[in-house]
Design a protein around this ligand. Structure first.
Ligand SMILES: Nc1ncnc2c1ncn2[C@@H]1O[C@H](COP(=O)(O)OP(=O)(O)OP(=O)(O)O)[C@@H](O)[C@H]1O
Length: 529
C-alpha cells in the first residue's frame, strides 16, 4: 500500500465534498478521521472513526450510496469501509466499553444497498461481545408506548400513578407550592406553538433537528443525553428544545417536563435559599423526566447555582432522565462554568444551528404565512427572504410587520408594500455596533459617565469600564487597535492590547468580573438585534 490512510481519506473527502452541500459536508464528514488502512485477502480496508452511533446511523441512511461509490473509486473494487465508533458513556450493558473506547463495526458490504437503518437486522458480522447500534427510537419496541417512570434505564421504581395517594407521590411538587397539601401538576413552561411540525428543516439545523426528534421519541433512552444545541441569536434553539418537550408530553413519552432558562433557574434557586426551601427546590428538579435548560451560558460565574445544577444533573442522568440544554456557543467556549459541569454538557451530543440559507428562509416564511392564514405572493416572500438574512426572529418580525400594515391600511401584501414597510429594516437588518455605542452600553451597565472612558482619569472603576469597552470594541468592530485607541481619548494601540489581556485574565480568575462581562455581552447583543 503506497498511500497512507490520511491520504486515502483526504481523497475520499475531496469526492464527497464535490457531491454534497457545504453544510452537510461540515456536519457529517469533517469530524471524521481515518484510523486504519490495511490490505488483507484481496481487500483494502479503510477504517474511519465516527464520533457517535448517531453518525453511523445517519451515514448509513443518507450517504451509503455515495460512500460506496467513493470507496470503490479511490480503493478499487476490493475497497471496504469500516467504522470505528466512539462509544458514549453509559452505553447499555453488553457494549462493555467506557467513554472514549471504541469498537470495530464493519460497514455493510458494498453489494447490498441497505434498507433504512430502522428496518435492518443488526449486522451479523459484529465481533463477539459487541452490541450493535441501537435502532432509531421509532423502531424500538418500547417506542410510542406510554411513558413509565420505572421503565427507563436505571430509573428508580416509582408507584404507578393510579390511586390518588400514588398520584400525589408521582408528582414532584412545585418548588413554591406548599408540600403535602395537594398534588400539583408541574407546569412545563412550554410554548405550544414550538412543535416539530412548525419547525422547518434545512442544512442549517439538520443534525440538531434529527437528534431532537430521536430524543422526543425516547427521552433518556438514546445516547444523546444530555443533548445540547448551540448557535447564534434567533436561530431556533428554544423552538427545537421545546419541541422535544411538547412532543414527548403529547405522546406520553414523559410525564413531567420542565423548560427553564438558566436565569429563571438561578432566580428560583436564590428564592429557595431566601425562603429556606432548598430541599424542596432540589427535590422538585430531581423528579423531572425531561429537564430543558435554555441559555446555559448564563450559569457563568454563578458558582452556587452551578453546584446545585451539577447535583441535579447527576441525579437525573443516573436515573436515565433526559437533559436538554441550549447555549450561544459550544460548551468548551463558555466562560465561568466549572470544568466538571462543562465536561458533562458534552457527554451526549452537541449540535449547532447555523443561519438558514435562502431556501430555508423562504420555506419558513411560506409556512408562517400559511399558519397565519395570510396569502403572500411568492415575489414578496423571496424579497423578504433575500434581504433579511441574519436570524429567523427578524425574518418572522418582517412578515408580521407586513401583515399588520396590510390589515391596518386594507392593502394587499405586494412588493411595493414590502419595499415601503421594510425599508428601514432591510437597510440595516443588523446594525453594526460602533465604538461609541459599545462605550455607551458598557458605561450604562457599570454606571460610569461615558465621557470618563475617554478622559485621563485612572480611577479604578473608570479603568475597568474603559478596558471592558476596549475589549468589546476589539471583539465586535473591525477597527484596528490604533483606531480603537484613538476613540478612547487618543490612547495608543499598546493600551488596547493591555486592556484586552487584562480583561481576558480577569475573566479567567474572577467570577464576579466574568459575570459582569457576560451580562454586558448580552446587552450588546440586544443592541445588534
Ligand atoms: N427552523 C425554523 N422553522 C420555523 N420557525 C423557526 C425556525 N427556527 C426558528 N424559528 C422561529 O424563530 C423564532 C426565534 O427562534 P428561537 O427563539 O427558538 O431562537 P433562539 O435560537 O432560541 O434565540 P435566542 O438565542 O435569542 O434565545 C421563533 O419564533 C421560532 O419559532
Amino acid at each position: 500500500m503506497d498511500r497512507s490512510r490520511d491520504e486515502v481519506w483526504t481523497e475520499c473527502l475531496g469526492i464527497i465534498r464535490d457531491n454534497i452541500s457545504r453544510q452537510s459536508f461540515r456536519t457529517w464528514f469533517e469530524p471524521l478521521r481515518a484510523v486504519g488502512l490495511v490490505e488483507e485477502g484481496g481487500e483494502v480496508k479503510l477504517t474511519v472513526q465516527l464520533p457517535s452511533r448517531f453518525y453511523y446511523e445517519w451515514l448509513e441512511e443518507h450517504y451509503f450510496g455515495l460512500l460506496r461509490k467513493t470507496i470503490t473509486k479511490v480503493l478499487g473494487p476490493g475497497g471496504r469501509l469500516y467504522y470505528d465508533i466512539v462509544i458514549e458513556r453509559d452505553e447499555p450493558a453488553g457494549a462493555g466499553h467506557g467513554r472514549g473506547s471504541s469498537m470495530e463495526l464493519p460497514a455493510r458490504q458494498p453489494a447490498n444497498v441497505p434498507p433504512p437503518a430502522s428496518e435492518r437486522p443488526p449486522p451479523a458480522d459484529l465481533p463477539a461481545g459487541v452490541t450493535p447500534p441501537r435502532p432509531p427510537a421509532e423502531a424500538r419496541p418500547d417506542a410510542g408506548r406510554p411513558y413509565r417512570a420505572d421503565a427507563g434505564r436505571g430509573a428508580a421504581r416509582r408507584p404507578a400513578p393510579a390511586a390518588p395517594a400514588a398520584a400525589e407521590a408521582a408528582h414532584p411538587a412545585h418548588p413554591f407550592a406548599i408540600p403535602g397539601v395537594r398534588p400539583i401538576e408541574v407546569d412545563p413552561h412550554l410554548n405550544d406553538s414550538y412543535t416539530f411540525e412548525r419547525f422547518i428543516e434545512g442544512d442549517c439545523n439538520r443534525l440538531a433537528r434529527a437528534a431532537a426528534w430521536s430524543i422526543a421519541q425516547a427521552p433518556g433512552a438514546t445516547s444523546f443525553n444530555p443533548f445540547m444545541i448551540y448557535g447564534g441569536v434567533g436561530l431556533g434553539k428554544t423552538h427545537l428544545i421545546q419541541a422535544i418537550g411538547n412532543y414527548a408530553r403529547a405522546n406520553g413519552h414523559a410525564r413531567t417536563v420542565r423548560y427553564v432558562s438558566s436565569e429563571m433557574f438561578t432566580a428560583e434557586f436564590v428564592q429557595s435559599i431566601q425562603t429556606n426551601r432548598i430541599n424542596e427546590f432540589s427535590q422538585f428538579y430531581r423528579g423531572i423526566d425531561i429537564l430543558i435548560v435554555d441559555d446555559v451560558q448564563f450559569f457563568g460565574g454563578k458558582e452556587k447555582t452551578q453546584e446545585e445544577f451539577f447535583h441535579i444533573f447527576n441525579e437525573l442522568h443516573q436515573q436515565g432522565k433526559q437533559i436538554v440544554l441550549s447555549g450561544d456557543r459550544p460548551p468548551r467556549d463558555i466562560a465561568g462554568i466549572e470544568d466538571r459541569l462543562l465536561s458533562r454538557f458534552g457527554w451526549g451530543l452537541t449540535a449547532d444551528v447555523q443561519p438558514p440559507d435562502v431556501e430555508t428562509r423562504i420555506a419558513i416564511l411560506n409556512r408562517r404565512a400559511t399558519d397565519d392564514g395570510t396569502r403572500v405572493r411568492d415575489e414578496v416572500i423571496e424579497y423578504v427572504a433575500t434581504h433579511v438574512k441574519s436570524n429567523i426572529r427578524e425574518l418572522e418580525g418582517a412578515l408580521i410587520r407586513l401583515q399588520a400594515h396590510a390589515a391596518l391600511t386594507s392593502r394587499e401584501i405586494d412588493l411595493d408594500l414590502a419595499r415601503d414597510v421594510l425599508k428601514d429594516l432591510i437597510k440595516e437588518s443588523r446594525p453594526q455596533l460602533t465604538i461609541e455605542s459599545i462605550q455607551s452600553v458598557v458605561c450604562d451597565y457599570l454606571a460610569i459617565p461615558e465621557d470618563l472612558v475617554r478622559a485621563r482619569t485612572r480611577k479604578r472603576e473608570v479603568v475597568q469600564a474603559r478596558q471592558v469597552a476596549m475589549y468589546f470594541s476589539k471583539e465586535i468592530t473591525k477597527h484596528s487597535l490604533k483606531t480603537i485607541g484613538l476613540h478612547f481619548g487618543g490612547r495608543d494601540h499598546s493600551t488596547v492590547i493591555h486592556a484586552v489581556r487584562s480583561v481576558d485574565d480577569q475573566i479567567e480568575t474572577d467570577p464576579s468580573f466574568r459575570e459582569m462581562v457576560v451580562a454586558v455581552r448580552k446587552k450588546l447583543e440586544l443592541h445588534q438585534r
